[in-house]
Design a protein around this ligand. Structure first.
Ligand code: HEM
Length: 368
């Protein structure tokens, strides 16, 4: 009889529903607002748990030494779930906002110095995606990761926080496997290791930049012919600097040697996939890149939504975690992990202006 599953045993509801007692260890002692506060935070942490599992699965599929055509749909499926969860998490702040500023003040002081700042699962998400330590916003002298280690007491959750952060820091990131995969992507039918691959990449970039220059020239002429531009010279300079930036980015002149050729190939591959999206063999890779951009967009939206909710609830006071609150959180809205993919959005050309493909049949499905 005991092996017959029930809903409550399967979901461990006895344990789950006993975990909202807060510092008192008994939710009947808590104000309704505090119970709400705990349930909303725990729901977020459960979504973070799912995000971490899905991110690792996406990373592992994409991180194989050779990623078959059949594998990409798996990566896409994990990314779709990640994005659905993130979208849902963004909307979930609506529930948090039913807490009034004074309702929060009625129990806020006892939380000090704990804070979402100590959400180790959120830090794991950031690290797993590929956010670099150097790119983290420091608040005053508070480093978000060092802070976690400093405040972690010798409790089960404290030990979990420090061990999980140490473990995720040793893992491969989604950014690194994405770059590995992009690096191996055939460009105009040429793959790293093929004789003349460097030449093929250079030729593609050269012809792309030439097409881009023609496109910019046409746009500039149209603007100058149709608008009363007060500073035509300034407009010309602006277009010239956009073209120059594109050249620097695509040739990876901003990357020091010896990494430059590799970065150049990664960027060229991302541009190639995004440009020739109609080719059968590139349709799944293109969807994958789109979902990675969407994932980052959703995380940025999460940060924006969180900080507006925070401002509405506590104004601009110092956070329970000791940061400058809204001032600090607003800066974290600038985090970008997949920067190259964002830059490439600026460089795309209309299909009619793209350089010709040297061998379109190369990108037909293998099975055809
Ligand atoms: C009344 C509701 C909330 C308020 C007033 C609030 C306030 C704050 C403040 C002021 C910070 C900055 C650190 C500090 O000094 O404390 C922060 C960070 C954070 N909060 Fe919230 N928060 C609320 C709800 C939530 C919820 C529901 C989540 C979901 C998990 C969350 C997750 C986080 C995370 C992950 C950070 C770290 C952000 C970063 O450093 O990039 N917060 N929160």
């Amino acid at each position: 009889m005991s092996n017959i599953p029930t809903y409550w045993d399967y979901l461990r509801l006895d344990r789950l529903l006993d975990l909202q007692g807060g510092l008192e260890g008994d939710d009947s002692q808590l104000l309704a607002d505090e119970l709400h506060f705990i349930v909303v935070h725990q729901s977020f942490e459960l979504w973070f748990k799912l995000l971490l599992r899905e991110l690792r699965l996406a990373r592992d599929h994409l991180g194989q030494p050779k990623v078959d055509e059949e594998t990409i749909p798996h990566v896409v499926q994990h990314l779709r779930r990640i994005n659905a969860v993130l979208r849902h998490a963004v909307n979930q702040f609506e529930v948090m906002e039913t807490l009034t500023p004074q309702g929060f003040l009625d129990f806020r002081d006892k939380l000090v110095p704990s804070s979402g700042f100590q959400s180790f699962q959120m830090r794991e998400v950031e690290i797993l995606m590929g956010l670099e330590d150097a790119d983290r916003i420091q608040y005053g002298n508070i480093d978000p990761i060092r802070h976690l280690h400093e405040v972690a007491h010798d409790t089960p959750a404290g030990r979990l926080a420090t061990s999980r952060i140490a473990a995720v820091r040793a893992e491969r990131t989604v950014l690194s496997v994405l770059n590995e995969w992009l690096y191996r992507t055939p460009i105009q039918g040429s793959t790293p290791g093929d004789p003349g691959d460097d030449r093929a990449v250079e030729d593609f970039l050269g012809s792309y930049l030439a097409r881009m220059s023609d496109h910019h020239a046409a746009n500039l002429t149209r603007l100058l012919d149709t608008l009363e531009v007060s500073d035509p010279e300034g407009m010309r300079t602006k277009f010239a600097s956009i073209q120059e930036d594109a050249k620097t980015f695509l040739h990876a002149s901003d990357t020091p040697e010896p990494a430059r050729p590799r970065t150049r190939r990664i960027r060229a591959a991302a541009l190639f996939i995004e440009s020739y999206r109609q080719l059968p063999l590139l349709s799944w890779p293109r969807l994958l890149l789109d979902l990675v951009v969407e994932m980052e967009e959703q995380l940025v939206l999460w940060r924006h939504r969180h900080v507006r909710m925070v401002e509405r609830t506590i104004g601009r006071r110092v956070g329970t975690g000791g940061s400058g609150g809204v001032d600090y959180l607003e800066q974290t809205g600038s985090y970008r992990v997949f920067r190259d993919l964002w830059v490439i959005r600026t460089l795309l050309l209309p299909t009619s202006r793209l350089p010709e493909l040297t061998d379109p049949t190369f990108y037909a499905f293998n099975s055809t």
